[in-house]
Design a binder for this molecule. Structure first.
Ligand code: BGP
Length: 484
């Protein structure tokens, strides 16, 4: 299996899912801090998990008992980051993707000057990564925007949030640009349509001027403008750095060769990539504008916006890939969930207990499709298997299913590279067990490292190496040659 020399093997996390310390060090509340773990929610019906309201937000902030707000505690990496970075270095990581919690630097998002305690926290992390020879890949916005901006302005729906974000981005580039040369603007930028509160701070009851989806597309437009301005700032402040976009690659196959299934699948795949198209091509896809026009959901575009978007496009394309799905116009086709989506069950694929269909060859397909479409270097920044791992009495975890998942996906990556795809690197989701984004479970485990904590926060927080830890260490040592 051939991977290019210098291929960046590593792992990916997000501040809101690992740090905890939600109100420590001057940090303000983020939209993630009020995310609730619901013990009896149907983890296969994602729509039940995204509902938010002002009342629910106030309940979270005022709750004496924070048990059901797992992202307030994460896996306490706020205090354990040195230990965790050492474990990543033990596996031989070349790169580690993390995000910077916006509210550690700007507690409400509106301050003129940053909270220096937050700046120093991340300087310590980057200095430790430098000492360990791990290159940072940093996401500016990973589902953790200031709660204040959501409740005061309905999040990114309000144009004022553009300036708040650009100020935050410039602060990150100024203080961390000497350590960080690879940046991502918005995690899964397309997910603004599927879970708009975590991604853009949109609160349905505040969508009074326009309907909810119109507010989402308006917010998306403001993110496109802010993303362009952030790229402009990066060019000025850190000229040798690169800006990437991050899209959820939700590859869909037609369930049959019935022409209607093929058309429906084409439109689904095009819609998935519209947000990436804007940031790579520097303009809205005509089909997207036509669809929004027909739905009367065109965003308000101010003079100069489109020039910025056109001028400041991204340098590389990163994406998350977990699963694939099928699409069909048959209303009776059996559905199954994927990463915050609902798709049609593919009879050729197996799924994990959350219904996500495991499809390594789909990763090859996705890589070839994205490279052909964008003709930019690609970076897989999320890929992994959520499972209910078991910690044995001797503190081992036998996760051979996870090794099988990664082995088959790495083999597919090698085939795509052999097809001619320019793949910069790979960061698994996630190198260490953490709080699930969509269900807020701790029990949906992804890591090469087990964290002793349950869904309600009980546990020693001790870290234990799983069988996959040693396997991945060997994969990195041999640059993907030895996948046995
Ligand atoms: C992506 C997010 C990640 C991560 C991943 C796994 O959407 O970018 O933050 O959480 O999904 O999903 P989950 O945690 O819901 O299993």
């Amino acid at each position: 299996m051939k991977f290019p020399k210098g291929f960046l093997w590593g792992g990916a996390t997000a501040a809101n899912q690992v740090e905890g310390g939600w109100n420590l060090g001057g940090k303000g509340p983020s939209v993630a801090d009020v995310a609730t773990f619901k013990p009896n929610v149907d983890v296969k019906d994602y729509s039940k998990n995204v509902a938010i309201s002002i009342a629910a937000i106030n309940e979270a902030l005022n709750a004496e008992d924070k048990t059901y707000y797992p992202k307030m505690r994460g896996i306490d990496q706020y205090h354990h980051y040195k230990e965790d970075l050492a474990l990543f270095a033990e596996m031989g990581f070349k790169v580690l993707r993390i995000s910077i919690a916006w509210t550690r630097l700007y507690p409400t998002g509106e301050e003129e000057e940053p909270n220096m305690e937050g700046v120093h926290f991340y300087e310590d992390i980057f200095q430790e990564m430098k000492r360990l020879n791990i290159e940072p890949l940093v996401t500016l916005s990973h589902y953790e925007m200031p709660l204040h901006l959501a409740t005061s302005y309905n999040g990114w729906y309000d144009r004022r949030v553009i300036d708040c974000f650009v100020r935050f981005a410039k602060t990150c580039f100024t203080y961390f640009g000497k350590y960080v040369k690879l940046w991502l603007n918005f995690n899964e930028v397309d997910s603004i349509i599927r879970h708009s509160f975590t991604t853009a701070g949109i609160i349905p009851e505040l969508c009074t001027e326009r309907d909810f989806l119109s507010c989402c597309y308006q917010a998306a437009h403001h993110q496109f403008v802010a993303g362009a301005l952030a790229t402009k700032a990066l060019r000025e402040i850190v000229p040798d750095a690169k800006m990437g976009l991050m899209v959820t690659k939700l590859t869909a196959y037609p369930l049959t060769c019935k022409p209607e299934d093929v058309y429906a699948t084409l439109r689904r795949n095009l819609e998935n990539l519209e947000f990436a198209d804007v940031q790579v091509f520097g303009e809205y896809p005509r089909l997207m504008l036509r669809r929004l026009e027909k739905e009367n959901r065109l965003p308000v575009i101010v003079d100069g916006d489109l020039d910025l978007i056109k001028k400041y496009t991204v340098d590389f394309v990163s994406f998350s890939y977990y699963m694939s799905l099928a699409e069909s116009v048959d209303p009776n086709a059996e559905r199954t969930p994927g990463n915050t989506v609902l798709g049609v069950k593919n009879p050729y694929l197996k799924a994990n207990e959350w219904g996500w269909q495991i499809d390594p060859e789909g990763l090859r397909t996705s890589l070839v499709e994205l490279y052909d479409r964008y003709k930019k270097p690609l970076f897989i920044v999320e890929n992994g298997l959520g499972m209910k791992d078991v910690l044995e009495d001797d503190y081992t975890v036998h996760d051979s299913y996870r090794v099988d998942y990664f082995r088959s996906h790495f083999e597919a990556m090698a085939r795509a590279i052999n097809d001619g795809v320019d793949l910069m690197g790979y960061t698994s989701w996630a190198p260490i067990d953490l709080i699930s984004a969509s269900t807020n479970q701790m029990s949906k485990r992804y890591g090469f490292i087990y964290v002793d904590q349950d869904d309600l926060g009980n546990g020693t927080l001790k870290r234990y190496r799983k069988d996959s830890f040693y396997w991945y260490k060997k994969v990195i040592e041999t640059n993907g040659e030895d996948l046995d």
